[in-house]
Design a protein around this ligand. Structure first.
Ligand code: PGA
Length: 256
């Protein structure tokens, strides 16, 4: 049985003050609960210490949205995986579609970032998924296969315990569009088959694959019920305690 994960990616939102308020609301809703799944928030770097104060001793997990591909040194503006671990993070997102698009990041960088994350003891959440044009051209599976093949077999120490996948149909991010359950299941099942071919059947059976793309309380139940969907990477809907907690409850119900 794979444990569900509901991961909030706050993106470029919520400084330390507002982030602490949201973390406090989530923490108080989860306090004393024995959750069946995992709940993670990924604030901007400067907000991590404020959220860490609420995550400590709570089921709430803390992650970052990115990390450096370098361990340390003269790399202005970068933050290392080791620093994130020291600051209380257990997870780090790598290769989000917005970093692929706006920072033009590509596979060699993702491999190095995930390796640094693993060396620091962090769990990496590796994002991948096709663009609208690629889907329209009938290339969704080919794109996803190339993205997974380009990174997974090159990782120094990837396992189902330190790597989580997040399938992002990029056409459904921040657009209010959601992949139909049939599309989501098909792409997740396809992804899992790729993982089996690249990392082995056991890793594929145990690896969590999140769905990322306008997941909301109103569609979370339907998505999380799909056999190869193990939770969600939530953008917009993770910025509000009520909607994020609504998605968490959907995951808890499915896991029951
Ligand atoms: P969204 O973002 O929920 O705002 O669509 C999801 C993501 O970036 O993975």
């Amino acid at each position: 049985m794979r444990r569900t994960l509901v991961a909030g990616n706050w993106k470029l939102n919520l400084g330390p003050g507002a982030g602490a308020d949201l973390a406090a609301a989530i923490q108080s809703a989860l306090a004393g609960r024995k959750l069946r799944g995992d709940v993670l928030v990924c604030p901007p770097y400067v907000t991590i210490p404020a959220v860490a104060a609420f995550a400590q001793g709570s089921p709430l997990l803390l992650g970052a949205q990115d990390c450096s591909d370098q361990a340390k040194g003269a790399f202005t503006g970068q933050v290392s995986a080791v620093m994130l671990a020291e600051a209380g993070c257990s997870h780090v997102i790598v290769a989000h579609s917005e970093r692929r698009q706006y920072q033009r990041e590509t596979d060699p960088l993702f491999i190095a970032k995930i390796d640094r994350a693993h060396e620091a003891g962090l769990i990496a959440v590796f994002c991948y998924g096709e663009l609208l044009d690629e889907r329209r051209a009938g290339r969704a599976e080919a794109v996803v296969a190339a993205q997974l093949q380009g990174v997974l077999p090159q990782l120094a120490q990837a396992t189902a315990d330190n790597l989580i996948l997040a399938y992002e149909p990029v056409w459904a991010i921040g657009t209010g569009e959601t992949a139909t359950p049939a599309i989501a299941q098909q792409m997740h099942q396809y992804s899992r088959a790729q993982v089996a071919a690249l990392l082995g059947a056991d890793a594929a059976a145990r690896m969590r694959i999140l769905y990322g793309g306008s997941c909301k309380p109103s569609n979370a139940r339907e998505l999380f019920a799909l056999s190869d969907v193990d939770g969600g990477l939530i953008g917009g809907a993770s910025l509000d305690a009520e909607s994020f907690l609504g998605i968490v409850e959907a995951a808890e119900e499915i896991a029951a």
